[in-house]
Ligand binder design. Sequence first.
Ligand SMILES: [Zn+2]
Length: 392
Amino acid sequence: MKAIILVIDGLADRPVKALNYKTPLEASDRNNLNALAKKGITGILDPISPGIRAGSDTSHLAILGYDPFKVYTGRGPFEASGMGIEITGGDVAFRCNFATVDNNLIVKDRRAGRIENTEELEKAITEQVKLEVDYEFKSLKYRAALVLKGKGLSCEVSDIDPHESGVKVKKPEALKKEAEKTAEILWDFSIKAHRVLKEYPINKDRKLPANFLLARGAGITPELRSFKEKYNLNAACIATTAIIKGITKLAGFDIIEAEADYSARISQAIDALNTRDIVLINIKEADEAGHDNKPEEKIRVIEKLDRSMDRLLEFVIENYLVVLPDHSTPCGVGEHTGDTVPVLIAGPEVRSDSVERFDERSTTLGGLGRIRAKHIMPIILDLINKSHKFGA
Ligand SMILES: [Zn+2]
């Protein structure tokens, strides 16, 4: 018996006036999602706990059964891992943006005009910048990750990124005494990288030169017990964002390069289950529509995904499927909120309930009641008969 967890990122929403006070999910045509809700058991879920606004990272950790309060110190390590940097417990990682600054280090553009090709710049930095500790640096378009390796490092350092334009970059501060060395090394990297970048030929032709790296989200790499060790499951992940790839990679998942087309992605997952027990699929675009305040776009994403889900109806005859968003990203807010999200579980031995629609309000009547993300893995393990008995 196999399982798929389909995370529709940021799907859940609040009533939208322009949609006659329906949520985008309620306003969408979603025959397959509704059919799965009808076959399965539904409920509502708090990603962390009631009212807490979860990031995609903390929520995915909770869904996979890791306690984000214990393993999460910052986004850096997951982003770095997802970008393909091999990181191990204790490494301190940062997310970075290539940015444009003037001679006084005032930020002109936090993304250097969304520069596309940063491979040469990455190479120039790794060749020319020397630090007192080992480090790895990788970029993908205007985004990058920096990992500092060695003893005595700490993630208790403040961001260099001022998070807005028109102000000066911030010299990193040690938030605790033991982080002084890390703060110094980070600043040393930033200044040396700045020197390399500002002289680099392609930057001389750019109106918005990529001449500074804004670091943020310092985190210490957690040692996650792998899925194999924790649950005796072979797992794979199909996602497009570095952060989700990074989290699952650190949890020992195989990372499968996601096809653009949703139905192809679902077929990839079903194929992957030939040699694995569980696959997590993340669909990012619903979250983006929420951040962009575009309910119509969110509906379009939902309907496109729904039309791609035919194979899953067949899949749940013999296997289990969990569908849930990792958090709400209401279009009216443009950010993640602490609202509950709808969840459904379908499969051969699920005790179905009377809910026939998959949306934020219909599922409040479902048989799962109100659960938390951390309950998902125990429920899956129980359904596939792989959980351990508590007691005699
Ligand atoms: Zn988001």
